[in-house]
Design a protein around this ligand. Structure first.
Ligand SMILES: O=C(O)CCc1cccc(O)c1
Length: 558
């Protein structure tokens, strides 16, 4: 970060990325950019993190993204959720989602305590020399001149700082100043009901799962949370004022049907209004929106923060590769193309679940819950809901990948499954993302790509920030020549059923499969990938600049 004082005494800062808003999505994005060696100035107008109850659920995808951002297992507390239940006063338990199990190395669903995660993510930023955090400072104005973002920041007493950045990312929440300044209106709808959120401690007979009591008179989700907490959410009825309902007596009255509410400790309360909205575009020129600044969803699918973390993972490597001169600026267009349709699908899912949780009236409740009770009797329909098949998969319709019709095994435009592997460099089993590190990966499944690819092409690939791997079955004999490194599979996440021996995949740093095919296509695939991440294959090795700060390597990756 270059800081110079002009003769007007207004400090000036130059950076690659100006990140506005350091909530969980901003902090995760700053960590990812820090790991990629990018210079970041991250600001937040608040001087401390927000302590009120907010997001509570993370799924396996979100946990995998946090893993990519450098969060290790056990660094913040999570509670695995075995199931989500839906109950009605009339029909009893009428639906259930089975959320037990591990997907891609992580629990399918957990609850967590947002302030703890935010603190952890902020602490982690200290390790990145390129990331500067300034709190208590606000974005006042900004303009995009086509080459740079020129921004004016202001602290609480009116001191100004001028910033010149190559890109601006707004992770500044639902009321995003960045989004409003760009004129990227929120589309969608808001719900008129207020919801009271209560975090409680010392609750007798706590539950170990998530339970929606879908009473049309007062829908009330309840769930287990870390630290011995239980959370309840109560829809407020017309005429109930938030101030009145947040009073301890009112909260204890609301909790009385569930527990001995006089004995519990009320930790925090908050009142929120839910929204289902998305910006009409997630980027404009050199500016990007992520998290609640780009989309907000009702909480009924537990996907609000997850969607924001998907944004962070998708955007971080693209910004890194572009600012480091390793990829054409056009790759940034794919952020909106890839992320917006999926964010919309998640909002649609949350609205559909919202119609189940908070039916408008008794008639609607009878119809919806009654129909769902009947559908449970049909095994296929029941499985659709129970096995979370209603959750839209993170599959891109369009974007930075290419599919070869008829020869798909892994499906380009989806995330590479994660498994446990043992790297040839030794050490114990590691999750494959940790072994692959932060770079592009070309993976030969059971095949030695060093024998199939011209040496100069492999050199270009390495210079562009790519690595070459052989993912082999346990104890499979192989002779590899550098630069190919070996990963020995310790489970069946990929080989042999998901992907056959002799298959090749090129995987982006965010673990999205760029291309896949038989080993006979490896050279064609690599040449095409290099067109994307290298402006000119022949001169690539000579002209690419190195990152401003070293890319953080995984300890176990060679
Ligand atoms: O209501 C909330 O705040 C989240 C509820 C939730 C948690 C986990 C899974 C899910 O489908 C909903």
């Amino acid at each position: 970060m270059n800081a110079t004082s002009s003769h007007h005494t207004v400090p000036r800062l130059d950076t690659d990325i100006l990140l506005v808003g350091l909530g969980p999505v901003g902090a995760a994005l700053a960590n990812l950019l820090g790991r990629y060696g990018v210079r970041v100035l991250a600001i937040d107008k608040a001087t401390t993190i927000f302590e009120k109850p907010r997001a509570i659920a993370l799924d396996n995808e979100a946990l995998r993204i946090l893993q990519l951002a450098g969060v290790r297992d056990g660094e913040f507390e999570t509670v695995a959720i075995p199931q989500v239940q839906y109950r009605s006063p009339l029909f009893g338990r009428f639906a259930r989602i089975n959320s037990a199990g591990i997907i891609d190395g992580h629990p399918a669903l957990v609850t967590f305590y947002q302030p703890e995660l935010e603190r952890l993510l902020r602490e982690k930023l200290a390790q990145y020399p390129g990331v500067e955090v300034r709190l208590g400072i606000e974005l006042a104005t900004f303009a995009d001149d086509g080459r740079f973002i020129k921004a004016r920041l202001e602290d609480a007493v009116g001191n100004e700082t001028h910033v010149r950045a190559r890109y601006l990312v707004g992770t500044d929440g639902a009321n995003s100043l960045v989004r409003r300044t760009l004129g990227l209106d929120f589309e969608g709808r808001s719900f008129h009901q207020d919801w009271l959120i209560v975090d409680a401690l010392d609750v007798p007979d706590p539950i170990d799962h998530v339970e929606f009591t879908c009473d049309p008179l007062r829908p009330s989700p309840r769930m287990v949370a870390p630290g011995g907490r239980q959370r309840w959410e109560f829809m407020l009825r017309p005429g109930e004022s938030p101030e009145e309902m947040e009073r301890p007596e009112s909260v204890r009255r609301l909790l009385a049907p569930w527990c001995d509410s006089q004995r519990i400790r009320i930790e925090r309360t908050a009142v929120y209004r839910f929204h289902a909205r998305e910006a009409k575009r997630f980027s404009e020129g050199r500016c990007f929106l992520a998290g609640d600044a780009a989309h907000i969803t009702p909480p009924f699918a537990g996907q609000g923060l997850v969607a924001g973390l998907r944004d962070a993972a998708n955007l971080a490597w693209k910004l890194a590769w572009v600012v480091q001169g390793r990829a054409n600026e056009r790759v940034l267009d794919s952020y909106d193309t890839e992320r917006r349709p999926h964010a919309r699908k998640i909002i649609r899912l949350a609205r559909m679940l919202g119609a189940i949780v908070m039916p408008q009236n008794r008639g609607a409740a009878f119809a919806v819950h009654g129909l769902m009770s009947l559908l449970r009797l049909v095994p296929a329909a029941r499985a659709l809901f129970e096995d979370m098949k209603v959750k839209p998969q993170n599959i891109f319709d369009q974007g930075l990948f290419w599919r070869v019709r008829g020869s798909e095994r892994l499906r380009a435009g989806t995330m590479l499954p994660q498994g446990w592997v043992r790297p040839a460099t030794g050490g114990g089993p590691v999750l494959s993302d940790d072994a692959l590190g932060l770079q592009w990966a070309m993976i030969g499944f059971g095949v030695d790509l060093s024998a199939r690819l011209p040496a100069e092409l492999l050199q270009c690939w390495q210079a562009a920030g790519g690595r070459v791997w052989q993912w082999c079955q346990r104890s499979q004999a192989q002779h590899l020549a550098p630069p190919v490194q070996r990963l020995e599979a310790l489970d069946e996440a990929l080989l042999p059923r998901r992907v056959p021996m002799g298959w090749v995949a090129i995987v982006r740093p965010d673990r999205c499969v760029l291309a896949e095919g038989p080993a006979s296509e490896a050279e064609t695939m690599l040449r095409r990938a290099l067109e994307l991440v290298a402006p000119s294959v022949s001169s690539a090795a000579a002209t690419w600049p190195t990152p401003a700060y070293p890319i953080q390597e995984a300890e176990h990756a060679a």
